[in-house]
Design a protein around this ligand. Structure first.
Ligand SMILES: Cc1cc2nc3c(=O)[nH]c(=O)nc-3n(C[C@H](O)[C@H](O)[C@H](O)COP(=O)(O)O)c2cc1C
Length: 168
C-alpha cells in the first residue's frame, strides 16, 4: 500500500529521518485520574498564543491519554530539564507504573514532576484531528519556571543545549 507521504514523493523512512532532524523540547503531559494519575512524554509542545494564553501538543491516534483530554479537562505540562532523559523514557514506556521511581508532587490537584524547567497547569480548549495525530490546544492557568537547562530531543537522541552568547 502506498502511504500519503510516499504519494507526496517522500518514502516514510526519509520522512522519519527528516522529522528526526527537527529539534524539540521534551515534556510530560500529566492528569489526575480518579485515585491514580497518568502521564505521557511528548515532543510536540508548542506555544500558540499570548492573548489568550494557549499552548498545544499532538497525541497519536492510539494514545491512551487522548480519551481523557476532553474540553475543560485540567492537565499539567512538565517541561523536562537536561538531567531528566530517564523520566522522558519512563513516560514513553508501556505497561509500567510511570510515576514509580519518579519524583513528583501534587499541585493544583495535578501531578507535577519535580525538577523540570517549567510547569504549566492548563485546561483543554479544543482537539483537532490532523492526520495520524490529534492536536490538543489548552489554555494556561498557572505557570512556574526554574533556572535549569532544558532537555532537547534531536536525531533520536537526548541533548543538552550549548549556551551561546546572547543576541541582545
Ligand atoms: C522524546 C519523545 C517524544 C515523544 N513525543 C510524542 C508526541 O508528541 N506525541 C505522542 O503521541 N507520543 C509521543 N511520544 C511517544 C509516547 O510517549 C509513547 O508512545 C507513550 O508510550 C504513549 O503512552 P500512552 O500509550 O499511554 O498514551 C514521544 C516519545 C519520546 C521518547
Amino acid at each position: 500500500m502506498v502511504s500519503g507521504a510516499e504519494r507526496a514523493g517522500l518514502p516514510v523512512p526519509a520522512l522519519k529521518e527528516l522529522f528526526a532532524h527537527i529539534p524539540t523540547s521534551v515534556a510530560v503531559i500529566t492528569i489526575a485520574s480518579g485515585a491514580g494519575r497518568y502521564g505521557v512524554t511528548v515532543g510536540t509542545l508548542s506555544v500558540l498564543s499570548l492573548e489568550p494564553a494557549l499552548v498545544a501538543f499532538a497525541l497519536k491516534a492510539d494514545s491512551g491519554l487522548l480519551p481523557h483530554l476532553h474540553t475543560g479537562r485540567a492537565a499539567g505540562i512538565n517541561v523536562l530539564a537536561d538531567g531528566q532523559s530517564d523520566v522522558a523514557l519512563r513516560f514513553a514506556t508501556a505497561s509500567i507504573d510511570r510515576f514509580n521511581s519518579t519524583r513528583w508532587c501534587e499541585e493544583h490537584s495535578l501531578p507535577r514532576i519535580d525538577d523540570g524547567v517549567a510547569w504549566l497547569a492548563v485546561r483543554v480548549e479544543d482537539r483537532i484531528v490532523l492526520g495520524d495525530h490529534t492536536l490538543v490546544t489548552a489554555r494556561v492557568e498557572h505557570g512556574e519556571t526554574s533556572r535549569l537547562t532544558p532537555l532537547l530531543h534531536w536525531r533520536r537522541d537526548f541533548h543538552s543545549p550549548n549556551p551561546i552568547a546572547s543576541a541582545i
